[in-house]
Design a protein around this ligand. Structure first.
Ligand code: KG4
Ligand code: ZN
Length: 364
């Protein structure tokens, strides 16, 4: 088994990718719904499911078009089965199961976060253990201890907002549209953090030194906007227009906000590196595209003498190549799922049940 077709529909990207040997992305097709959800300021679950349904067959066909035999060249199918939006997951999972059944090839459901942990597979070699894995996205901010292949212990998680969610909510308040991360990142690069001091310090949560929290930062940013009367941009501008029209106040706030997000993430990761002495750190998730975070991770790697792998942006945000890569690692060990596998919206990677009351939501 060499060619795995990955399918990903957990949130707002319909994605399919053909990956060779878990390492070479032969195709990586992503149909983004961002433009549809933008009008609502965040992901609307029902709309996401409907969009997936419209797009999935075409996206999968495009992904296998690179194979000389098309669908017949697919040797196994791997699809995200959780966590994520239930209706959205159902579309990709059902499609993947039906396809595997029709082709007579093995099928495996993949944990979305395990997929993100494999997003550096296309540019780097084997892992050294123990490793740490930091996933920072719109739905998750998780830190894992990885003592051996495919074995995960969650060291920390966000207590409230995910890092990307904090970006999205702050951007929305400023009229910068959705998603907020990329535009705030670009504005931060031309702003001055020292001109927008925020009433915020990275939290150290007693008894949970590897947990994150971003709601305090979000509140500090919102309070700053209110007290300094930072004017938000008119709704509905394109991202280019918003970039051009953003005031110095918005730019400076973006820089200050970004500095705070990065120092929160780096502070926790640095503590974990000191405690766990990993031989490798892997990162993933949309926020791993962030320019300041990438630079800070490179500096941290230098300072601590540990390799920190950061995916290329196209593999950092949601995609199916990472799902195929994670699926390949498990399929190669003989793991399979049968046709009874259902979507698991609150699935945890370390096997523990989800904390009560905490379910994944793509809404921002
Ligand atoms: O991994 P992803 O595509 O989806 C989830 O699994 O959530 O991550 C999307 C998130 C959004 O919140 C988006 O604002 C954020 O990643 N993001 C960024 C950047 N690019 C995307 N955040 C900060 N800086 C960026 N350059
Ligand atoms: Zn994701």
């Amino acid at each position: 088994m060499r060619v795995v077709l990955g399918i990903e529909t957990s949130c707002d990207e319909t994605a399919a990718a053909a990956v060779l040997d878990g390492r070479r992305a032969l195709s990586n097709v992503i149909a983004s719904q961002v433009a549809v959800h933008r009008a609502h300021g965040g992901v609307v679950p029902e709309i996401a499911a409907r969009q997936h349904l419209d797009a999935i067959a075409d996206v999968a066909e495009r992904a296998v078009a690179v194979l000389p035999e098309g669908f017949r060249g697919v040797e196994a199918v791997a699809a995200t089965y959780g966590p994520g939006l239930a209706g959205a997951l159902l579309v990709g999972l059902s499609y993947a199961k039906a396809l595997a059944l029709a082709l007579g090839v093995p099928f495996l459901g993949v944990h979305h976060i395990e997929g993100h942990l494999f997003s550096t597979a296309f540019e780097y070699g084997d892992w050294d253990y123990p490793a740490l894995g930091l996933i920072v996205s719109g739905g998750h901010t998780d830190l894992f201890y990885i003592p051996a292949p495919l074995t995960y212990e969650r060291l920390g998680r966000t207590r409230d907002d995910a890092a990307g969610e904090a970006y999205d909510k702050t951007a929305r308040r400023l009229g910068l549209g959705y998603p907020g991360g990329p535009i705030l990142d670009r504005l931060a690069q031309v702003g001055r953090a020292d001109r927008a001091p925020l009433a915020y310090r990275p939290p150290l949560i007693p008894d949970a030194p590897y947990d994150f929290s971003f709601s305090g930062l979000k509140t500090a940013a919102l309070r700053y906007i209110r007290e300094r009367e930072v004017a938000s941009l008119p709704e509905g501008l394109s991202q280019e227009a918003a970039l051009a029209q953003a005031s110095d106040d918005i730019r400076d706030l973006a820089a200050s906000f970004q500095r705070a997000v990065v120092s929160t993430l780096i502070g926790v990761l640095e503590r974990a590196i000191e405690a766990c002495r990993p031989r490798l750190v892997v990162t993933g998730g949309g926020v791993a595209c962030n320019s300041a975070l990438r630079q800070a991770l490179a500096e941290l790697a230098q300072r601590k003498g540990v390799e920190i792998r950061v995916p290329r942006p196209i593999y950092a945000t949601d995609n199916a190549a990472m799902i195929a890569a994670a699926g390949y690692a498990r399929l190669a060990r003989g793991e399979r799922h049968d046709w009874s596998l259902e979507p698991a919206p609150s699935l945890r990677l370390d096997g523990a049940p989800p904390p009560s009351g905490l379910t994944y939501s793509g809404l921002t």
